[in-house]
Design a protein around this ligand. Structure first.
Ligand code: NAD
Ligand code: UD1
Length: 340
């Protein structure tokens, strides 16, 4: 199939492009490089030995989207493009609603105009808010999000559901990711956060590399076995493979469906630290800090619907996730600014 990947130069996008190319799909990427580096796409080509086509543009720019749809017969869009920094979204809500929602509206309009009605959307476990129960199934009601970023995901899901209701010839998959970490085995692509990382794994790898003094663990008084928060960490390559399986599903033209993409295994912050130490042999200094606003005690999924209906299951364990994240950190301490 010919796939338009929005935000394809980013963290999950590049790993998914590798899997798409290796599965024999043709890949067209649109990315405005707001949070990415074009070198990442060159590395995707080096890893796979295959070419993709890149458009440096914004999904809110109808002209560039129309050019893409005129120049290519697209079969399906995988829509990663969006702003994703939770803390920043609290400070800059307008930018987040504008970029994520207006961008998606523009994309959907142009797709509809060119009769390309197959869409796979990057949603998030954030839509469950503080989940009504764990493990979270897709039947779990959506909740109250704790920040504008989460609301953009929840609102875009609603918009896509309404578009489907109005025109059931669309095929739409809403993929709710849990906590993607790790990197491609080659160490040539990975997560490249700007400034001080907000997320756990890039913070740990920077402590391991000596770039930060120690990890602050946010809260050790949660109602969990060791008092630290529990999440469902998933290897980014497993997540990438989930998108290839989602494409097979889209071809069946079954309408709209929602899938949790996680491992189903909850890991506490201390579990991650210990597994990182075991996988790499590097000690992680940490202190306990107060809870972080908006954090919830436990968030992990029941991924069995994806296994039943997509034939997909996460395969990598937490040790492998840690080892691969560390390999990427060591080979690219300054991200894509480093010589390849
Ligand atoms: P990322 O920031 O690495 O990738 C997003 C890409 O989109 C970037 O390359 C950025 O330059 C591009 N982009 C942003 N706005 C754009 C626009 N208007 N036009 C064109 N390009 C634009 O993030 P990621 O971690 O790869 O996440 C990909 C998607 O998955 C996002 O939608 C994110 O919200 C979602 N998601 C991520 C996580 C996570 O933990 N990483 C969890 C759940 C959901
Ligand atoms: C965060 C976002 C979520 C988003 C997801 C993916 C919040 C509240 N949630 O999820 O909306 O979808 O990222 O981008 O920001 N931790 C520490 N010390 C650190 C960093 C993190 O102890 O320096 C802890 C956190 O308290 C949490 C766990 O590690 O318990 C994971 O944190 P993080 O990687 O930021 O992911 P989430 O908070 O689960």
């Amino acid at each position: 199939m010919k796939i338009l990947v929005t935000g394809g130069a980013g963290y999950i996008g590049t790993h998914t492009c590798v899997e798409l190319l290796e599965a024999g799909h043709e890949v067209i990427v649109i990315d405005n490089l707001y949070n990415a580096n074009e070198q990442a796409l060159h590395n995707v080509e080096l890893i796979t030995g295959k070419k993709l086509q890149f458009y440096n543009g914004d999904i809110a720019d109808e002209t560039v989207l129309q050019r893409i749809f005129e120049e290519h017969t697209i079969d399906c869009c995988i829509h990663f493009a969006g702003l994703k920094a939770v803390g920043e979204s609290v400070v800059k809500p307008l930018e987040y609603y504008d970029n994520n929602i207006s961008g998606t509206l523009c994309l959907m309009r142009v797709m509809g105009k060119y009769q390309v009605k197959n869409m796979i959307f990057s949603s998030s476990a954030a839509v469950y808010g503080n989940p009504a129960f764990v493990p979270i199934t897709e039947e779990c009601p959506k909740g109250i999000c704790t920040n504008p970023y989460g609301w953009t995901k929840s609102m875009i899901e609603q918009i896509l559901m309404d578009i489907y209701r109005a025109d059931p010839s669309w095929n739409i998959l809403l993929l709710r990711y849990f906590n993607p970490i790790g990197a491609h085995k080659s160490g040539m692509i990975g997560e490249n956060p700007n400034g001080i990382p907000n997320n756990l794994m890039p913070y740990i790898t920077q402590v391991a590399a000596g770039m930060r003094d120690h990890l602050g663990i946010f809260g050790n008084d949660y109602d969990t076995p060791d008092g630290t928060c529990i999440r469902d960490y998933i290897h980014v390559m497993d997540l990438a493979r989930g998108h290839v399986k989602a494409l097979e599903k889209i071809q069946k033209k079954d309408g709209l469906a929602i899938y949790n993409l996680g491992t189903g295994t909850g890991c506490s912050v201390l579990d991650v630290v210990r597994n990182f130490e075991q996988a790499t042999g590097v000690k992680i200094a940490y202190t306990f800090e107060p809870r972080r606003a908006g954090d919830i005690a436990a968030c992990y999924c029941d991924p069995s619907k994806a296994e039943r209906e997509l034939g997909w299951k996460a395969e990598c364990d937490i040790l492998e996730m840690c080892a691969d994240a560390w390999k990427w950190q060591q080979s690219h301490p300054n991200g894509f600014a480093d010589v390849q």
